[in-house]
Design a protein around this ligand. Structure first.
Ligand code: COA
Length: 186
């Protein structure tokens, strides 16, 4: 099979045109039909992404990753988290789009000096991709404040983390019983 050209751009949320936003919403609804209502007017789950990585093939949107910035406090340290999500259009799956988006996102977070990258994962294929890039599952409870109800809630999905500071984050986990990632989920 001849190699296809996947073009990836990083765009701050505030620079997205309404047309691109609408196209991303459509894509989110198609990729996550269980959250169709949620994605009617937005392409991110709940929190505003600070950056969006969009993959195009022949000028068509083939997939995207959102990046939500968070911090969490572990003992005396503040950890800067890049929270990520992923969607690839069904016509373009199995061609390396998610892999390329992941490579691109990782270049970005390293340049921006994040401490960790965190993903809540519902698809086993996404687990395979993350593990290939060195992500490891976190087995501690992850809590957040539900922004609609204000209730302290538990993330139900598997959580994977890439430690960008040579194991410092996983070392800190030995001393704690849970992680709190603030208000809202991504
Ligand atoms: C999961 C998803 C992002 C994968 O995107 P993709 O662009 O097809 O992934 P890639 O082409 O980069 O493939 C990455 C790896 O997964 C494997 N893979 C892709 N689709 C697969 C499938 N249907 N079954 C098994 N393995 C698959 C590829 O073979 C590849 O492995 P390799 O690196 O060993 O060759 C895409 O299927 C998707 O958007 N699904 C719906 C939304 C979703 O589930 N998002 C993730 C939420 S956690």
């Amino acid at each position: 099979m001849s190699e296809i050209k996947i073009d990836i751009k990083t765009t701050p949320f505030s620079d997205l045109s309404p047309e691109v936003e609408e196209a991303l919403c459509r894509e989110a609804r198609a990729c996550f039909p269980q959250f169709k209502e949620r994605y009617r007017r937005r392409f991110y789950f709940e929190s505003l992404p600070s950056a969006v990585f969009i993959a195009r093939i022949n000028d068509n949107i083939a997939g995207f990753r959102n990046l939500v910035e968070r911090t969490c406090q572990i003992n005396d340290s503040e950890i800067r988290i890049a929270g990520i999500s992923l969607a690839v259009h069904s016509d373009y799956r199995g061609r390396g789009v998610a892999t390329k988006l992941t490579e691109h996102m990782l270049d970005y977070v390293r340049n921006e000096n994040y401490d960790i990258v965190m993903a809540f994962v519902i698809n086993p294929i996404a687990v395979d991709i993350l593990e290939k890039f060195g992500f490891r599952q976190v087995h501690l409870p992850i809590r957040f404040v539900d922004s609609e109800t204000g209730v302290l809630s538990l993330i139900e999905d598997k959580t994977y983390v890439l430690d960008l500071k040579e194991g410092a984050f996983f070392e800190k986990l030995k001393d704690i019983e849970e992680i709190h990632v603030g208000k809202g989920v991504w």
